[in-house]
Design a protein around this ligand. Structure first.
Ligand code: NDP
Length: 334
């Protein structure tokens, strides 16, 4: 049984007296963790854009410091006061408040409400579940919304923006593996080969998915869009979607602004669907994870993912903030 004074390694982000933020790998004890029904010994976490914001003091993500980021965690139950989980169960947690104002997966232990915990679906190892993590879950949720809108393989081209990023690369791989015709848009020429390997039939340069003239409608090409970047690229995507098509929107890596007229909606019947992975209801959450472990499991996990230790996180955080990271990065806890 894990004791309250059990020490464990964790990334600790602190605010200095002059308002700067520093991060180091230090030691915490289980008693420092917030209350919760389930104590989890974390085996793997993963790096997402939100973690980098938390690790650099973004108050929109994390209000209180010192703090341990990590919005994703996979591991085994170390202690439980919930009838739903027993010691030794393999589980994962993504989203809710984990890693925001609740000590997160960049530490060996987390303690969370039972309502946040997902039983590990059969078919996924701890490591594989974190190759997906919040990014894969968000890609899966976006694809589920396209399916629910009636868009099926063979119906036409699906555009994925920010395609070399975590959500984008997993969306490309899952869609292509499911038989969809995928067009990837990326700002990284060096990611072209990876995206083609993942199954994109065409890779567009970022410049090709913007429209300097800002016309209300562009030639309708895409049946569906998974947008991860927002801003002018999301605007382009909506205006380039065919009659009756569906666009999902999950991110703001380019911009949180969206300048658009109503014409794509009232002349082409386009639907714009917002994606939120953090508070997604448990029924949908489990359904998406079960798909990720089954028909959405991807063939190229090793190609898409780097595995690092806590001490290597620092440089990866800088890289993801600068848009330099390709694919996914899982973190192995010692
Ligand atoms: P990554 O940083 O891994 O990927 C983002 C990608 O966006 C980059 O790789 C790059 O792809 C592209 N990009 C970066 N900067 C710019 C820019 N200035 N202009 C245009 N494109 C840019 O992040 P994730 O994939 O983890 O997340 C993507 C977005 O989705 C983030 O905004 C994140 O906060 C959000 N998100 C939202 C969730 C939700 O629940 N709504 C859940 C998970 C993520 P390329 O070079 O290939 O163009």
């Amino acid at each position: 049984m894990t004791q309250a004074d059990t020490p464990f390694p964790a990334m600790i982000v602190e605010e200095t007296a002059d308002g700067r933020f520093t991060r180091r790998i230090g030691t915490k004890t289980v008693s420092e963790l917030p209350d919760g029904e389930v104590l989890i010994k974390v085996h793997y976490s993963s790096l997402n854009y939100k973690d980098a914001l938390s690790a650099t003091g973004n108050r929109g993500v994390t209000r209180r410091f010192p703090h341990t980021p990590g919005i994703d965690a996979a591991g085994e139950v170390a202690r439980s006061s919930s009838n739903d989980f027993q010691v030794g169960d393999a589980v994962l947690v993504t989203g809710y408040d984990l890693g925001m104002n609740t000590s997160g997966g960049f530490g060996r232990y987390i303690r969370v409400p039972a309502a946040w915990v997902v039983p590990m679906p059969g078919g996924l190892t701890f490591q594989q579940s974190m190759v997906f993590g919040t990014a894969g879950f968000t890609a899966g949720l976006s694809i589920l919304k396209l399916e629910q809108a009636g868009i099926l393989p063979g119906d036409g081209e699906i555009l994925v923006t920010g395609a070399s990023g975590g959500v984008g690369s997993l969306a490309v791989a899952i869609l292509a593996g499911s038989g969809y015709s995928v067009v990837a848009a990326s700002g990284k020429p060096q990611a072209r080969e990876l995206l083609t390997t993942l199954g994109a039939k065409e890779v567009l340069d970022r410049a090709a998915v913007t429209d300097p003239k800002n016309k209300p409608l562009l030639p309708g090409r895409f049946t569906g869009v998974i947008d991860t970047v927002g801003g002018d690229i999301l605007s382009f995507a909506i205006r380039s979607t065919r009659y009756g098509g569906t666009v999902t929107c999950c991110g703001n890596a380019a911009s949180a602004e969206l300048h658009i007229t109503v014409y794509p909606f009232i002349l082409r019947g386009i639907s714009l669907i917002g994606i939120d992975s953090a508070e997604c209801p448990m029924k949908t959450r489990r359904a998406v994870w079960n798909r990720l472990a089954a028909d959405w499991k991807i063939a190229h996990m090793k190609r898409i993912c780097a595995e690092i230790e806590l001490a290597e996180l620092d440089q990866r955080i800088a890289a993801i903030l600068e848009g330099r990271l390709t694919g996914r990065c899982v973190v192995r806890l010692p």
